[in-house]
Design a protein around this ligand. Sequence first.
Ligand code: HEM
Length: 390
Amino acid sequence: MSSSLLGEALTLEQLSTDPHPYLARLRSEEPVSWVSVLDGWLVTRRDLCIQVMRDAEAFTVDDPRFSTAQVVGPSMLSLDGPEHRRHRDPFAGALLHAQVRDRFTDRVNQKARRLVGDLAPLGRAEIRRDLAGPLAVAVVSAALDLVEVEVGTVLDWYEGIVGDVDRLSRGEPATGAGREAVIQLGEQVSKSAATRTGLLAAARSELTSKELISNAAVMMFGGIETSEGMTTSLFWHLLTNPEQLELVRNDRSLGRQAVEESLRLEPAAGRVDRYSTRDIDLAGAPIRKGDLVIVSLTAANRDPETFPHPDRFDVLRPNARAHLAFAQGPHACIGIHLAKMETLAALNAVLDLWPAVRLDRTNEGPTGLVFRKPQSLPVQWDPRTHTSQT
Ligand code: HEM
């Protein structure tokens, strides 16, 4: 395919466990590299990643191979140009910073404090499954007005959709569980849009009911695993860097910085995929029309041109917010403010209610080919000093 020697040699194992040294080498030697095991070009330099994500005419998401659209139908995630805006705009207004702050601050903080407070007397927990996962489901449910639906049901829908998307991406047939989940989610979405006053109601007049449901499904799909990973990785970074945790404990306003820096070091969605609409030369790589072009957010976020000492977790880093964890360009994450609020709420609740929180045992750091996070993060604290959980 090309002279991408480093890319040709990469294995899925290397890219899933600790990809950072391999990505660093690619970034400096082959910043757009054909990676055989991914069957696509991997873009690792930050400026090139931005260029690809901003140019939806040359690098589109609108391709029949995109497996999410096969399960949930066309949505903002799988469309470009005016159709993309028509699907996205009805939701985007309600997810701007001020709107999210006014509408969700109390609910998200209360939910985080309740989860953390209920665990407080136990003295130990597993951050991913006991806190980050349930909080992510609760926040997405609140955003989509699905509050009457049991958490377990939302998770079943989510797993049905994700399972079929995964199968299709591996070239296997879908089981139908994804479509069934979309139908059930759709019934609830239609009910909520008609009876409540939130996000869905606002979008209802501008989209058909099918479109409303597809976009609700991608918000659910986009907001659960990513947020769970974002929160779990934050705790992993802080607990494995005790001096940084101490800085945050002593100055809580650094919590926001810690969230950004953790997103930089391990973006929960490590890559976004595009398809080239024409033959194009990108930093010397001969990309062909129809080729898969993978933007490595994980690699871009450690580009030393922008982030000196890129592998260091530093809550005082002045430009941590320049990370690309939420992508850029027309498909930049619509849930940014909600996701940041959620993770910060979890951090504040833990610092308030789990005194001297620490790792329970040594753990592996974040892993995963696309969605990266510590697979589990057991922690302990001293429950006897716990006094109140307002
Ligand atoms: C409440 C939580 C969240 C919701 C509701 C949400 C929803 C969405 C939606 C609907 C999109 C598609 C936007 C479009 O294509 O126009 C999107 C894109 C994206 N989201 Fe989120 N998201 C959430 C949290 C996160 C988190 C925590 C991360 C990672 C740290 C993340 C990373 C991304 C990325 C990288 C994209 C771009 C996808 C692409 O360009 O192909 N999201 N999000």
